[in-house]
Design a protein around this ligand. Structure first.
Ligand code: HEM
Length: 228
């Protein structure tokens, strides 16, 4: 009987890697949708986008109910697998199946930790709006009486320190996805020796496109090119 079936998906290494891959791909999809929505800031559409999004109450809550457990599972099994890998290395029983170890692949636990810390900060800032409450969207309306989400984002990212925090964290996200995207295909059995170079390039490209799309926002705001 296959290992995943006989021991349950959450207790076998293969099962946990599949869960990591599926939850990771769900988060990549979220990241893509989120950056497309955020990019409406370039043509003064962010307040309208946010207003319409918040009108879709069931969709917003359904997404949160799916994404939060996905994130928690991803973090839990990621930490568990990293700890197991570490103790296997220490005891000399290393079974590293990565043919090519890279800086990104060796530091997944650190780039993941950076993303988790960034997410806490980001949610406090833009979702719960407790950092810089004077610029909170919930407390400031735009000319059309809508919560001023664009004003809040621009006020925050005009600061060099905040923009640097974003750029640094997004670099962590890039490193995480540069290895994670291709690795998720391998875990799902969608890669083989022939397809490996293409999957590897594809995963790297996904990470790079997401990075550029996100990082342009703080860069263009801090340079004063996007003013709202
Ligand atoms: C330049 C970069 C980013 C900007 C300008 C940005 C902007 C925002 C804004 C304005 C909100 C609040 C939306 C609202 O309630 O109307 C938000 C929420 C959120 N952002 Fe970002 N974001 C950025 C990067 C990221 C990244 C890299 C991630 C994930 C890795 C992320 C994950 C989230 C999550 C999970 C929420 C909460 C969604 C919810 O309310 O359920 N963001 N972001």
């Amino acid at each position: 009987m296959p290992e995943t079936v006989s021991r349950g998906i959450g207790s076998s290494t293969v099962g946990r890697k599949i869960l990591m891959a599926v939850t990771g791909q769900m988060m990549i999809l979220f990241a893509v949708i989120h950056v497309v929505g955020n990019s409406t800031i370039y043509f003064s559409g962010l307040n309208s986008y946010a207003e319409h999004l918040h009108e879709l109450v069931p969709l917003v809550w359904a997404t949160r109910f799916v994404m939060l457990p996905a994130l928690l599972l991803h973090v839990f099994f990621g930490v568990q697998l990293a700890l197991e890998n570490n103790s296997a290395k220490e005891s000399g029983y290393s079974v590293n199946t990565n043919l090519r170890s890279t800086f990104a692949s060796r530091n997944m636990i650190w780039s993941g930790t950076l993303i988790a810390a960034f997410l806490v900060y980001h949610l406090m800032h833009f979702t719960f709006q407790v950092i810089s409450p004077e610029a909170a969207a919930s407390a400031n309306a735009d000319a059309l009486g809508r919560p001023d989400v664009a004003g809040m984002v621009i006020y925050a990212l005009r600061s060099y320190v905040v923009s640097l925090v974003y750029i640094f964290s997004l670099t962590g996200l890039f490193l995480h996805l540069a290895h994670g995207a291709q690795s998720s295909f391998q875990s799902l059995g969608l890669s083989n020796e022939g397809a490996e170079p293409a999957i590897s390039k594809g995963g790297y490209s996904v990470a790079l496109v997401i990075f550029i799309a996100y990082v342009l926002i703080p860069v263009l705001v801090v340079l004063g090119i996007v003013k709202g």
